[in-house]
Design a protein around this ligand. Structure first.
Ligand SMILES: Cc1ncc(COP(=O)(O)O)c(C=O)c1O
Length: 456
C-alpha cells in the first residue's frame, strides 16, 4: 500500500559503516534462518573505539581518571572482555554481574559495586576481591566494616554516594546528615574501611549539573581529608549522552510528530523520548564536562580535579555501546489498516525496552527485503510483537518504509546495544531469548561471526 500524501516523520540514524557492511553482506538472512527467531548482532570494535576515545579525552585534559563500563547496559560477555582488555573496569550491581565480570577477566580491584540495598553476599564478594563499593546507606557501611573485620583479608574500599541536592527526591544516596554520620563511622572503623571518596549518578544528560555536583564532591574530599580519610577520588556515574541521529532530523521529528503518526492514535510526550541528538555526545560530552566551569568556581572542572589531586571515575553504559550492535527481527505477518500496515515480527517489544518508559525507540528500522527488486514507494507501517498483548508494539509510529514489506523480510533496529536490546528481555510466551552474535571483523568481504558466550 504505497502512500503519497503528507510525508510521515522519520528519524534516520547517523552513518555507521561497520553496521552497513554487515547489512550489505547477506549474513543476516542466513543467521535469521539458522536461529529461527530474532537475534542481536554485536560490534565490539565500536566499544573499543568509544572506550579509547574516553581514555584519550581524560589524557588530553591531563585528568587522572578511570572508566568503568556500566554492565547493566548490556548483558553480553564480549563487552566485559573488551573492557578488561582495554584497561577499563566494570560497574556491577548484583552478585551475578560481579561473577560475570570476574569470570570474563576483570580484576576485582577494577570493579565498582553500585545500586541500592546491596545483597550481603555482594558486599562480602566486594571485600574479598578488593572491589570499590559505592555505599548507598549507613547500614551498608556497617555491613562492609563488619565483613572486612570478619574476613581479616583487606579493608573495605568505599565511596560514599551522595543524594544529589538538585534531585532531592532521588531514592539513591546519603543525605547531608547521613553523610556526616558516615564520615564519622569511617574514621571510627580505622583500618577496616578505606574511604576513597564520593560518588553520584544523576538522571538526565545535562552537563552543568554534573560539573556542579562533581565540584561539590571535590570539596567534600578536601574536607574528609581533614578528618584523616583518604578521599582521593570521585565517581560521576553514567549519563554521557549519545547521538543516534543528526540535529536537523531530530528537531524536525520533534516539531512534526503528532498522534496521527502513530498506530491507534497513540500519544507520546516528547519529554519522555530519549534525546536522540545531543550537541555533544560520548567522549566529546566528557571533554565538554571537563571544560565546564562549575557554579561558584573560577576554573573548569578539569583544573579543580588536578589541583585537589582527585581522580575522576566514570561509569558510562550507553555511551560505550554507541554503534556496538543492532537487533534483527523477521516479519511474520502483514495486515492492512487505514492508510498503513501493521507488521508482526517474530519477537517482542521487550527486546527494544523503551516502551517500558512510556516511550518508544525512535531511530528508523531498516527493512531488508527478500526480493530487493520489489515495488518501490513509501509504505507506512507500524510494528507489533508476536504476543497476545494489544500494547506489545515494537513501533507504534507509522514508519515510512521505502519498499514494500512482506512476510519473511527482515527488519533491523539499529544501534540497540545500549539498554535497548536486552535490559528488559524476558521469555514471555516461552519464547527463547534472542541470541547474541558477535561480529568482530567487519572489514572482511564476508564478516566473521560467533555466538557471545551468553546464549540465553
Ligand atoms: C550508578 C550508575 N552508574 C552508571 C549508570 C550508567 O548510566 P548510562 O548508561 O546513562 O551511562 C547508571 C544507570 O542507571 C547508574 O545507575
Amino acid at each position: 500500500m504505497a502512500v503519497n500524501s503528507r510525508p510521515l516523520p522519520t528519524l534516520p540514524v547517523l552513518d555507521d559503516p561497520a553496521a552497513e557492511q554487515v547489512l550489505a553482506s547477506g549474513l543476516l538472512p542466513e543467521l535469521a534462518y539458522a536461529f529461527g527467531g530474532p537475534f542481536h548482532f554485536l560490534l565490539p570494535d565500536a566499544f573499543d573505539t568509544n572506550l579509547r576515545a574516553m581514555q584519550d579525552t581524560l589524557a588530553a585534559a591531563e585528568v587522572d581518571g578511570f572508566v568503568y563500563f556500566a554492565k547493566k547496559a548490556n548483558k553480553a560477555a564480549v563487552f566485559v572482555e573488551r573492557a578488561a582488555a582495554g584497561g577499563a573496569g566494570v560497574d556491577v550491581a548484583s552478585v551475578a554481574e560481579f561473577r560475570e565480570a570476574l569470570g570474563h577477566g576483570v580484576r576485582g580491584e577494577h570493579l565498582v559495586v553500585t545500586g541500592p540495598a546491596k545483597d550481603p553476599a555482594l558486599l562480602h564478594l566486594a571485600v574479598q576481591h578488593g572491589a570499590l563499593v559505592a555505599v548507598d546507606a549507613l547500614d551498608e557501611l556497617d555491613a562492609l566494616a563488619t565483613a572486612a573485620l570478619t574476613g581479616r583479608v583487606r579493608p573495605a574500599r568505599i565511596l560514599l554516594r551522595v543524594l544529589p541536592p538538585a534531585q532531592p527526591h532521588s531514592r539513591f544516596g546519603l543525605s547531608q546528615t547521613e553523610l556526616a554520620t558516615a564520615l564519622d563511622r569511617c574514621v571510627q572503623a580505622g583500618d577496616a574501611v578505606r574511604m576513597e571518596g564520593f560518588s553520584f549518578h544523576l538522571s538526565g544528560y545535562a552537563l552543568q549539573p554534573r560539573a556542579d555536583l562533581a565540584a561539590h564532591l571535590v570539596d567534600l574530599c578536601l574536607k574528609a581529608r581533614v578528618q584523616g580519610l583518604e578521599a582521593s577520588r570521585i565517581s560521576i556515574g553514567g549519563g554521557l549522552p549519545i547521538s543516534y541521529s543528526d540535529a536537523d532530523s531530530w528537531h524536525t521529528f520533534l516539531a512534526e510528530q503528532n498522534s496521527g503518526h502513530y498506530h491507534a492514535g497513540k500519544t507520546f510526550h516528547t519529554g519522555d523520548f530519549y534525546p536522540y541528538h545531543s550537541p555533544v555526545a560520548g567522549a566529546a560530552a566528557l571533554a565538554a564536562l571537563l571544560a565546564t566551569r562549575p557554579e561558584g568556581h573560577e576554573q573548569p572542572l578539569a583544573a579543580l580535579l588536578k589541583e585537589a589531586g582527585v581522580t575522576l571515575l566514570l561509569e558510562p553504559g550507553r555511551a560505550l555501546l554507541h554503534q556496538a550492535g543492532a537487533s534483527v527481527f523477521r516479519i511474520r505477518g502483514v495486515k492492512d489498516r487505514d492508510g498503513y500496515q501493521i507488521l508482526t515480527v517474530d519477537g517482542t517489544s521487550l527486546s527494544l525496552s523503551e516502551q517500558w518508559f512510556n516511550s518508544e525507540y525512535l531511530p528508523d528500522p531498516i527493512l531488508l527485503p527478500q526480493d530487493p527488486a520489489g515495488p518501490a514507494g513509501t509504505f507506512p507501517a507500524s510494528v507489533g510483537a508476536a504476543t497476545c498483548l494489544e500494547s506489545d508494539m515494537l513501533t507504534w509510529r507509522k514508519i515510512p518504509l521505502h519498499s514494500q514489506p512482506r512476510t519473511g523480510d527482515l527488519l533491523v533496529y539499529p544501534n540497540t546495544a545500549g539498554y535497548q536490546m536486552d535490559s528488559n528481555e524476558s521469555p514471555f510466551h516461552d519464547l527463547a531469548l534472542p541470541p547474541k552474535v558477535v561480529i568482530d571483523q567487519t572489514d572482511r568481504p564476508r564478516p566473521r561471526w560467533r555466538l557471545d558466550r551468553h546464549f540465553t
